[in-house]
Design a protein around this ligand. Structure first.
Ligand code: SF4
Length: 431
């Protein structure tokens, strides 16, 4: 059977898709690169915002249009929060709740009468990841979250914290390395909460992975800025652990953070960032900021701008607050006017862009090791442009002769310039 897999939303959704793709391959099925060639389509949905929910519905309709005969499986946060809607109005053949995701492949085989082929029938060795045109592997380490940030629907859709066993994660990573994967990104809902239900913690997991695998590059996806064990940043002395962390601060105003029910105040966050930066040179901290949270006064907004200015992040993901039905924040008084949100987003964009440009400009003449991803883009003059990332997650582009393939190679790369918009480094692989 040919299985097409699609996810929208967070890295965790992507990690789950990659794991199912590998399982389907192992069970003798094939991965379809387009919906048209599929017998089964699996869609991992998102519901983090009203807009994401709309996109999830839209995606289901598109899959139906692109292949009217294939069976459609819907899972993820939208399917979990809107089961009936998914099964009836959206005409999905099988709805798999977030809590049941670990059994998704078996349920598809049983409930959609997919013949379970013998392992022998499977194509040896080709990483499902590469079959889907990707090089960096996302690996799920835990699910769920015990906190209740007032704007967050994920904690409701994903349930309580559940950690995978260290041996499972190490086993999966060794399997990926055997297939040629060079970088693994650990992901979850509350990554810092890893082990809270098994008596372990994130530091112990990282130590085990670095000791029991040869993964060349180990990276963390987004990590809430709390629950990190003492001495955590000491782990980054190991050059295989990439010196970058995405720590969502969400606001630079303590009164806003209180209304968000966040577990981290600005002073704690500053301490965390300075610990990270003193642990390893060039440690890159990136973050998320929600603009226009209910009740956000001009004064609170100034606090956020001053905070971002003081911390000089490598990159800031900017989200204009949008009320999500089912969350406490959606019912809070003082919803901020759309025009004010737009104005504040522009201000923050300008400030963060300036910091990013100066962070990147400091790399001129340096030679970081870049992992090149994708097959490159052919250019009119017969050359090809590739993109990749430095260990501390700075994006780099390089133009090389058509005959040269950089896909999935880690090369020392001489940085020569900055892109016009100041967001990408321009370099050439050292020969
Ligand atoms: S920590 Fe907060 S924002 Fe993050 S998943 Fe949990 S409730 Fe949501």
């Amino acid at each position: 059977m040919h299985v097409y897999l699609k996810a929208i939303g967070c890295r965790l959704n992507e990690a789950e898709i990659e794991s199912w793709a590998a399982q389907f391959l192992q069970r003798g099925h094939r991965i379809a690169s387009t919906p048209q060639n599929a017998d089964i389509m699996v869609f991992n949905s998102c519901a983090v915002t009203g807009e994401a929910a709309r996109k999830s519905r839209q995606q289901v309709r598109r899959l139906h249009r692109e292949n009217r005969t294939a069976k459609l499986v819907m899972t993820g946060c939208y399917a979990t929060l809107e089961k009936t809607e998914a099964a009836t109005r959206l005409g999905v053949d099988l709805v798999v709740d977030n809590a049941d995701k670990a059994q998704l492949v078996q349920r598809v085989e049983q409930e959609l009468a997919l013949p379970a082929l013998s392992i022998a029938a499977s194509e040896p060795g080709e990483a499902a990841l590469f079959a889907r045109g990707r090089q960096r592997a996302f690996v799920k380490i835990q699910d769920g979250c015990r906190y209740r940030c007032t704007y967050c629907i994920v904690t409701l859709a994903r349930g309580a914290e559940r950690s995978r066993a260290v041996s499972d994660i190490v086993g999966e990573i060794n399997g990926l390395i055997a297939q040629g994967v060079r970088e693994v990104v650990l992901t979850g809902v509350h990554v810092g909460g890893y082990g809270s239900d098994t008596g372990s913690d994130l530091a112990s997991l990282l130590r085990a992975i670095l000791a029991d695998t040869d993964v060349p590059r180990l990276r963390l996806a987004s990590v809430e800025p709390w629950d990190l064990p003492p001495g955590f940043f000491g782990l980054f002395e190991n050059p295989r652990l990439m010196p970058h962390m995405h720590l969502p601060v969400q606001s630079g105003s303590d009164s806003v953070l209180r209304r968000m029910a966040r577990r981290c105040r600005t002073a704690d966050f500053k301490t965390l960032v300075s610990e990270a930066r003193s642990a390893v040179t060039d440690f890159n901290v990136t973050t998320d900021v929600i603009v226009g949270f209910p009740g956000e006064s001009e004064e609170e907004w100034r606090e956020t701008l001053d905070f971002v200015d003081a911390l000089r992040f490598g990159h800031v993901h900017i989200f204009a607050y949008s009320p999500r039905a089912g969350t406490k924040a959606a019912t809070l008084p003082g919803q901020v006017d759309q025009r004010i949100k737009k104005q504040r987003s522009r201000e923050l964009h300008t400030l963060a862009g300036r910091h990013k440009r100066s962070t990147l400009a400091a790399y001129a003449g340096r030679e970081p090791a870049v992992l090149w991803e994708g097959d490159g883009e052919p250019l009119e003059d017969g050359t090809r442009r590739f993109q990749g990332y430095t260990p501390n997650m700075l994006r780099v582009a390089a133009v090389v002769p058509e005959s040269e393939r950089l896909t999935n190679r880690i090369c020392r790369t001489r940085i020569e310039a900055l892109s016009e918009d100041g967001s990408v480094l321009i370099g050439s692989p050292c020969r």
